[in-house]
Design a binder for this molecule. Structure first.
Ligand SMILES: Cc1ncc(COP(=O)(O)O)c(C=O)c1O
Length: 395
């Protein structure tokens, strides 16, 4: 049989890539799709995206935009209409007035994070973040020649950084602190008072606070507060991906301190000229009453899904000391079953067809003891996942 030929090694790989790891969630998803193509029925609790389709009014606005055949470059920081709509969103949702000039529409919040790092970091500058936290953050920092400083956090702080931890880990090279509330992978929030204290520490040190609010709208039983309610010298990252169910449209936004606007704009112009026009035209319908009614209905269903899965996982023997109050993730200690959550996830996928994410994606601290469940799936699908896990774990 012919052996596949080895590809020649790339001759000019950037040194920084040695420190940029693969996104294991994506690798697992790829394998899950392969298994599905072979006819296996997969329970996908690995990918972090809503199961619900994009709300109809947004889709209709997108179709309307396509019909107009006026799909062009827009200003690099986003269309005037969408930035105005976002300004209005902050007024109605949080009671804060953010000038349009501080709002930048981006290609997913991923681009917002990249622009923020690109505008702020010089080689060797440090950014503090929680371990565990969203995998790409440390790589955005590295790609822009900075150094991510991962601070171990545990259940006692709700897996979040605190003002004290920020104070303790600050060095002369630190320029910024990055938090997400609610967080991926833990679904936990930072209490408003703690965030205020953290902001005060960062301000005193002369650094910048970056708050990822991408899971706002996905909190259960209460609404999350924005850091913008008390601070205007911060970066706020957000997206149409999660609450608005628009992952594939690749549209997000950021609110930046006024002083950074020209720097962010210059970078956006050069890196990608403009965001997708059709996505921006569609997103204008994201704030319609009809859309919001659909999204609030979805939110109720996410809550039902969490309320099913959380006790079910605990009953299986996963240790989940902090109730996740937002996003759609459950971060579970699996040390009762394995000392290597990475191998555990692969074994579970191959043997049961249940896809979950290993802790290693989110950092190093106690990573081998943790897995993340992503639960935005109909309850019967989650039930099937739990049934298979029960069989795998307890025979
Ligand atoms: C905390 C957090 N920030 C940012 C992102 C990036 O999302 P997007 O680029 O789709 O807006 C994600 C995606 O999962 C996330 O979990």
């Amino acid at each position: 049989m012919n052996q596949p030929k080895e590809l020649p090694a790339a001759t000019h790989v950037a040194a920084r890539l040695a420190e940029i790891e693969q996104f294991h969630v994506v690798t697992l998803v790829t394998r899950a799709f392969e298994l599905e193509a072979q006819g296996r029925k997969i329970v996908n609790m690995v990918i972090g995206e809503p199961d619900f389709p994009t709300p109809q009014p947004i889709v209709d606005a997108g179709i309307e935009a396509l019909r107009s055949r006026q799909i062009r470059y827009t200003p690099s920081l986003g269309s005037d209409e969408l930035r105005a709509a976002l300004r209005q969103w902050y007024r109605t949702r949080y009671g804060v007035d953010v000038p349009k000039s501080r709002i930048a529409v981006t290609s997913g919040s991923s681009a917002a994070l990249l622009l923020t790092m690109g505008a702020m970091l010089s080689p060797g500058d440090e950014v503090l973040m929680a371990d565990p936290s969203y995998p790409c953050n440390r790589h955005f920092v590295r790609a822009m020649e900075g150094r991510a400083v991962m601070i171990p956090v545990d259940a006692d702080t709700g897996y979040q950084l605190t003002a004290d931890l920020v104070d303790k880990h600050w060095t002369p090279r630190t320029v910024a602190v990055m938090v997400a509330t609610p967080s991926n992978p833990t679904g936990t929030l930072i209490a408003p008072d703690e965030l205020r204290r953290m902001h005060a520490v960062v301000q005193r040190k002369g650094g910048v606070l970056i708050v990822d609010e991408i899971y706002h709208g996905l909190t259960y039983g209460f609404d999350a507060h924005s850091v913008l309610e008390f601070a205007d010298d911060v970066f706020v990252i957000n997206s149409f991906s999660k609450y608005f169910c628009m992952t594939g449209w690749r549209l997000g936004w950021m609110v930046m301190p006024q002083a950074y606007k020209s720097h962010i704009e210059k970078l956006a112009q050069n890196l990608y000229i403009s965001n997708s026009d059709v996505a921006q035209q569609a997103a204008l319908a994201a704030f319609d009453a009809r859309t919001l009614a659909i999204l609030e209905d979805n939110r109720g269903k996410f809550r039902e899904q969490r309320d099913y899965l959380l006790p079910a996982l605990r009953a299986l023997g996963f240790d989940i000391p902090v109730e996740p109050q937002g996003a759609f993730y459950i971060y579970a200690n699996c040390s009762k079953f394995t000392r290597d959550s990475y191998r555990f996830c692969w074994d579970v996928l191959e043997k049961t067809g249940v896809a979950i994410a290993p802790g290693i994606d989110f950092g190093e601290h106690r990573a081998a003891e943790h897995v993340r469940f992503s639960y935005p799936k109909p309850v019967p699908v989650l039930e099937e996942g739990v049934r298979r896990l029960r069989e795998y774990l307890h025979g």
